[in-house]
Structures are given as C-alpha cells and as structure tokens.
Design a protein around this ligand. Structure first.
Ligand code: UDP
Length: 376
C-alpha cells in the first residue's frame, strides 16, 4: 500500500481539478509544484488592493453548463465580459473582436449589408490571389486571415500583433490560431461567443484554494529532483508538466512562447478605461497592456481605489528557467510532440494532462471539461 492514491505533479488548473475530484471520491492526493504558489498560470498576486494576473490575463469563458456550474460551485463568478480595444498602426482605436463597430471604424460602413459587401470584396480579392498562386485551402495564418477578413483588417489588427506574439511570420504559423477569433455583423464587442464568462469573485486564488481543499500540497518541490521518491509514494502519477522534460528531451526540445511582464502601480484610478488594450503595431514592443482592476470592478466602483496596476506584456521565446506559456504548434514541434505522445500512450500508471503535458493551446474551460470527462 502506498501513502497516496495520486501524486499530482503541478498545482495548475488541471492538477487542482483532478485532485478535487479524486479527493471527493475518497482518494488521497498529494499535489506538488516547483513554484512557491499554487494555481499555475492563473495565480494572482494582490498589489495595492488589486488582484494582478501574474502570468497574463485569464478570462473564464464556456458554453458548457456543467463546467460553469462546477466552477461556480467552488467560487461564484462575476459578470466580466471581455471587450478589448486595439491601438492600431494607423493611430486609431478599434473594437475587437471583428464586429460592426470595428467595420464602422475601419470603413465607415453603417449596416450589416454594407459591411458584408466590403468584407466580400476584400475576401474575394484575397482568395483570387491565392488561386492564382495555386492555393485552394488557406495553408497558414496569413492566408487564413486574408480569406476570413481581408487585407485592411489583417494589416491594421492582425499581422503586427500576431508576429509579435509568436515571434514568427504569419506565413509560418498554423491557420487555426486565427480561427479562435469571431467575425460578426452585429455591434457586439464581446470577445467570446460563449454563453458564460466571468472572473471568480475575489480572484482566481479562491478557485484554486477551493479546489485544493482536502489535498496535501507541497510547494517549491521539484518532481525531477527525485523522481523515484515520488513514484514510490503514490499508486498513480498525474503529470501536468512539460512532456519533453518528462522524457529527458530525448527527441529534442519542444518550443514555447512566453510572456514577460512589466507591472507598475500608477497614481490614477482609471488609466486606460478597459482591462485589455492590444497594441497591434509592429513598432510597439509590447503586445498589450492589462489594467487589472477592470476584471473585478465595474462602472464607478473603479474610482473606489485611487490607484491602478497595469502590466505591459512582452512576448518572448521560451528558454530554460522561464515559465512556458504557449505551445508553438507548428509542423516541426507537432512532429516532435507526436514522438513523445507515443511514449506517453504506452505508459502505465501515468496520466498526462494540461497545456504542457499535451502540448496544446488549451483555454481554462476545456481543461476542466477534460478532467470532468475523465472522472465520468
Ligand atoms: N489576434 C490578433 N490581433 C489581436 C488579438 C488577437 O491578430 O488584436 C490573433 C493573434 O494571432 C492571436 C490570436 O488572434 O495569437 C488568438 O488571440 P487570443 O486573444 O485568443 O490569444 P490569447 O488570449 O490566448 O493570448
């Protein structure tokens, strides 16, 4: 008999949800994490009375009622609705995602019919150029964006931002990344199409603390420093770290993008008037500025705190010692990942899950849905 049923490597969302559900079923779980806090990249730090998303803005959104009810059973969520604005190279501000407000700002079109005609004109131009080049299906992000939304929006709102975020040319990125963004012919600035969205009231740490209640948690504890010891402690391992590291990089390193933050407190109650402002020009070094208080305070309540905290986000290539954020799902990395996955599929008593172990660009809700499914 081992001391624990599950050793969970990584106290991020996947690990915490797993531990919660297993504990509820009477299993004994030990969660270890090398960082000095739980929560993985959804962890927040309270600075000047404001919950600061230390590893980038996290906005919970889903259409899955089971997932929504599940998270709300841990902590109630507020009514935050993500509606970023973009500061473009032409100097203008545009609403995101691409909707009637954006089309009005870009082309002066006032009705869905006018916008549709303009979009069609731009799409047709892009598609016929691709045909001439012998392309029938968009093969990369640039072709996908041009076929979806046309050259004006591509150049003002997509190209610079995407190339900064990924550190790669749009022609070298997979098309699916841009399909995440909705295109709508309504005056609706809600970034997501989902039925439910919000931020946990009191911050994400409340969600993580609630999920980890009843589990044993050890922080600043690195699985790789003593794998054998950890293996002996539990019947099964749930591994949520980097899959390539688990296999000692034997097929080579997977690449990640990561984000460096410059966070500062400003002597202003309301500095940019929105939680998220994207900077889509290649000439501005950061990708966006987050003003954290807007995730949790609305309307004039933002003036209750005379200070604000902002973070500039600089996207960089991941190197050892940094926290990896985004898997780079291009062809080369997918090939390497497939080799690791093959090994993982044959592993007994180890479950691989989450963004890093599955090398997948997961949002929060699909992670939860995945774990709920596993337990069903
Ligand atoms: N994107 C863009 N311009 C923007 C915002 C997003 O071109 O102003 C593109 C970019 O390619 C990005 C993708 O849309 O990688 C997905 O954006 P999302 O906001 O979903 O990224 P995340 O919030 O996960 O960083």
């Amino acid at each position: 008999m081992k001391q624990y049923d599950f050793l969970i490597v990584g106290a991020g969302l996947y690990g915490s949800v797993f531990s919660h559900l297993a504990t509820k079923r009477g299993k004994k779980c030990l969660v270890i994490d090398k960082r000095n806090h739980a929560g993985g990249n959804i962890y927040c730090e309270n600075i000047d009375g404001i919950n600061v998303h230390k590893y980038g803005a996290h906005i919970f959104h889903t259409s899955d009622k089971e997932v929504w009810d599940f998270v709300n059973s841990i902590v109630p969520f507020n009514r935050y609705t993500n509606s970023p604005v973009a500061q473009a190279p032409d100097g203008n501000l545009y609403n995101l995602p691409f909707n009637m407000n954006t089309f009005y700002q870009m082309w002066g079109v006032k009705t869905p019919e006018e916008a549709h005609a303009k979009l069609e004109e731009q799409r047709k131009e892009a598609i016929s150029k691709m045909r001439v080049a012998g392309v029938t299906e968009p093969q990369n992000l640039e072709e996908q964006a041009l076929a979806l939304i046309g050259k004006d929006i591509y150049h003002q709102l997509i190209k610079g931002y995407t190339e900064k975020q990924w550190g790669r040319k749009c022609t070298e990125l997979p098309a699916f990344i841009i399909r995440r963004l909705p295109v709508r012919l309504t005056f609706d600035n809600n970034y997501f199409n989902d039925s439910y969205q919000g931020i946990p009231i009191g911050g994400y740490n409340k969600l993580i603390d609630g999920l980890l209640e009843g589990s044993d948690v050890m922080l600043e504890t690195d699985f790789f420093e003593n794998r054998d010891k950890w293996r002996c402690m539990a019947e099964q391992i749930v591994f949520t770290g980097k899959i390539d590291e688990y296999y000692d990089y034997r097929f080579g390193k997977l690449e990640y993008r990561t984000v460096r933050f410059e966070t500062e407190t400003l002597d202003s109650p309301n500095w940019q008037g929105n939680a998220v402002v994207n900077y889509t020009s290649a000439d501005v070094p950061f990708t966006r500025i987050i003003e954290h208080k807007h995730f949790e305070t609305f309307g004039n309540a933002v003036y209750d705190n005379p200070l604000t905290v902002i973070s500039r986000e600089y996207s960089t290539e991941w190197t050892d010692g940094m926290e990896p954020f985004y898997p780079v799902n291009d062809a080369r990395n997918q090939e390497v990942y497939a080799k690791y996955k093959e090994l993982a599929d044959h592993e007994v008593n180890v479950i691989f899950g989450g963004r890093l172990a599955e090398y997948k660009y997961y949002d929060m809700a699909p992670i939860i849905s995945q774990v709920l499914k596993l337990f069903r």
